[in-house]
Write a protein that binds this ligand. Sequence first.
Ligand SMILES: Cc1c2[nH]c(c1CCC(=O)O)Cc1[nH]c(c(CCC(=O)O)c1C)Cc1[nH]c(c(CCC(=O)O)c1C)Cc1[nH]c(c(C)c1CCC(=O)O)C2
Length: 376
Amino acid sequence: MPFSWMPRVIAGEREGPKDFPQLKNDTFLRAARGEEIEHVPVWCMRQAGRYLPEFRESRAGKDFFETCQSPEACCELTLQPLRRFPFDAAIIFSDILVVPQAMGMDVQMVAGKGPTFPEPLKEPEDLQRLQVKVDTAKELGYVFRAITLTRHKIEGKVPLIGFSGAPWTLMSYMIEGGGSNTHSKAKRWLYQHPEASHMLLKMLTDVIVEYLLGQVAAGAQALQVFESHAGILGPAEFKEFSLPYLRDIARRVKDKLKEAGQDVPMIVFAKDAHYALEELSQSNYEVVGLDWTIDPLSARERTGGKVSLQGNMDPCALYAPKERISDIVKKMLEGFGTRGYIANLGHGVYPDMTPENIGAFVEAVHQHSKQMIKQI
Ligand SMILES: Cc1c2[nH]c(c1CCC(=O)O)Cc1[nH]c(c(CCC(=O)O)c1C)Cc1[nH]c(c(CCC(=O)O)c1C)Cc1[nH]c(c(C)c1CCC(=O)O)C2
């Protein structure tokens, strides 16, 4: 007997669960597929975050991962930015580190320090501590419930994006035990224990595939895979320890969705991996997310029209006066062009940014792109 929150996905049914409110603004989904749009869609990584007073109020005095485990809290935090700004997509409030937790690791969010693993992986023997076969419905069901609830509460306003961390980024957290400048503990594994590294990356890939499929079954309408620590790898290490797993994830998720007659756009965001742009554009993802170190025109040239692009304004440009933000957005749109493009920042919004300037960013994308499209 399925739980009441479980979506009824019938094989062959294209749109997925039937009882969700109808989608009113599908601009983001059309742009992801390179289809015609009336304006360039825009959303921001970390759009649900501490820069919003209402977010700080909701989160006050509560443990971060307990918040992640509450579908009601995740739903509310996901919807908050949509009440202020006409974003064209929402991303479910959660965290990439719920996956190592599901595999049996303890992770805490320490104020002023960030995510912390009290007992990180030190040597290959430590892999035995990890849960290999993870029952994602049991361990991560709270994320699926948050997605389903949010799909109802969002009332079809915009599509809801699900996400996961990519294997290398999660591996580096699991070994470093938290943030790091050099990632030398995790990189030591790549050079000293390549076999154990591949074993761990494979284990993570298997869980991530199930996790992303569970998110789609719960109602996610697009998926983003965050390889936030790609930049710490060089081209050769990226090709060996990141790219094959990114490809495998997209291939396996897409194959399974196809069987169910579903088609959900996937975005890969490998931060600082400008050296791998060509490979990323041929890695089974519809959209490649870009950080701000890549020039829009050259990104277009190097990806050769094979994929849609997402990004890439320097988040710090949000510190500029509004008129300057508008000029920067205009140049960015001219560089990328309006087709097959989703406007975003090159990384997440920072806590000290003013909501007003995020509003100016969103408005500038909509205004300039509408004018550009009219002139075509
Ligand atoms: C590396 C990473 C993490 N988490 C995530 C990544 C990949 C994206 C990236 O490269 O930034 C992903 C993430 N984390 C969060 C989201 C929610 C959706 C959104 O983008 O709005 C997403 C997509 C919420 C969050 N995750 C976190 C916050 C802030 C803490 C809070 O709410 O109390 C939010 C809104 C915490 C977090 N979680 C993590 C870090 C480094 C931090 C910051 C710690 C700090 O600043 O003290 C790990």
